[in-house]
Design a protein around this ligand. Structure first.
Ligand SMILES: [Zn+2]
Length: 348
């Protein structure tokens, strides 16, 4: 039986918590083979500290064995040997990304403002970072067999390094406020539109950075959520390979499968620890992998009252900034002292 927490599809996918009664904070488990909720009580509350409600499917079925679907009764609940549909993986011809490589982007401008040239250069070569149009960065998804699955084209603010957001008072066609980041553009979508790719091309995503397992076979792998976090962290901790799921739902057995035998550690964004821990638990059961989910950032973020949804790269970038401004302060102080001395000398 395959179960997973329902992916976030807006507020309608979050429910009233059966324990604390607060609305839009309860995520239900879904039986992914029937696409049905297991039960209205089976899920997890977002308020981990003040509520802490979590009823996983296994505990529910232990209490209500009559509710297990007949076909699962004979087998082990977490049957690792179930047959999965095999989807042929399509890839994008190299020529389409070659022309994007080496192009500048606002993301690279940001990266260059934070790290030395050679460090940025290494990141560009490692991740094949490209650029497109007016400052968009191209994050290529290349698997360990060298296949280009697709690429994301994204716009970042060159100063803050945050995703570009539409102006706050801009309204979209539905009349709702448009303060979100614009949707991610995919290379395969635009190639299809231009008639450069088969109409039946279907995207099968891989971890961003999966190809690096060949380049650095001895390094431990750290999986994070966003591509930006992976790249920034690779500049800070080059002793690890950083890979990105590209989204909260991207931590799944299909994407972990190619690296399942490696030493894998997962760094969830602040607030997603429980969710990814649950996912990692299921993946480990299914693949026999040994993913360890780090609690370090969760602790740090709680302790320092950082923003929900922030991640480890945000923390390090913040501290690079603090360090820089501290250095600046010291320099300013020195200059002030110098000026004072000079001033004193002219006076006498
Ligand atoms: Zn609750």
């Amino acid at each position: 039986m395959a179960v997973e927490l329902e992916k976030y599809k807006g507020q309608s996918s979050r429910y009233v918590c059966p324990k604390c009664g607060r609305s839009r904070c309860f995520t239900k488990y879904i039986d992914t083979e029937t696409n049905q909720y297991i039960d209205n009580s089976v899920g997890i509350c977002n308020h981990r500290n003040s509520c802490g409600y979590h009823l996983p499917p296994k505990a529910f079925f232990d209490m209500n064995p009559e509710k297990i679907r007949a076909e699962y009764k004979v087998d082990n609940f977490f049957d690792a040997h179930r047959v999965k549909e095999i989807i042929p993986i399509k890839s994008i011809p190299k020529e389409h990304i070659l022309k994007l490589l080496g192009q500048d982007s606002k993301f690279l401008t940001f990266l260059k403002s934070k790290f030395p040239k050679d460090v940025v250069r290494k990141a560009i070569f490692d991740y094949f970072i490209g650029g497109f149009g007016d400052g968009k960065v191209v994050f290529n998804q290349i698997d360990s067999l060298g296949r280009i699955r697709s690429a994301k084209l994204m716009l970042y603010d060159e100063k803050t390094g945050k995703r570009f957001r539409n102006a706050e008072n801009e309204y979209n066609e539905n009349g709702t406020r448009n303060s979100f980041s614009p949707p991610v553009e995919w290379l395969h979508t635009s190639l299809k539109k231009d008639g450069l790719l088969d109409k039946d091309f279907k995207l099968t995503q891989c971890l961003f950075g999966e190809h690096l397992i060949n380049k650095y076979p001895d390094k431990k792998i750290i999986v994070v959520e966003s591509e930006k976090t992976a790249i920034v962290m690779s500049c800070i901790m080059p002793q690890y390979i950083f890979m990105a799921t590209g989204g909260l739902g991207g931590l799944n057995s299909q994407r972990i499968y190619p690296i399942k035998d490696a030493e894998i550690m997962v760094y969830p964004d602040y607030g997603q620890y429980e969710y990814w821990k649950q996912k990692a638990y299921m993946i480990n059961l299914e693949l026999g992998s040994n993913i360890v989910v780090s609690h370090a950032y969760e602790d740090l973020a709680r302790l320092q009252d950082l923003d929900m949804g922030s991640d480890i790269a945000d923390y390090f970038l913040e501290n690079i900034e603090n360090l820089e401004s501290k250095n600046k302060d010291i320099e300013t102080q020195k200059e002030n002292t110098k000026t004072k001395k000079e001033f004193a000398q002219t006076k006498s």
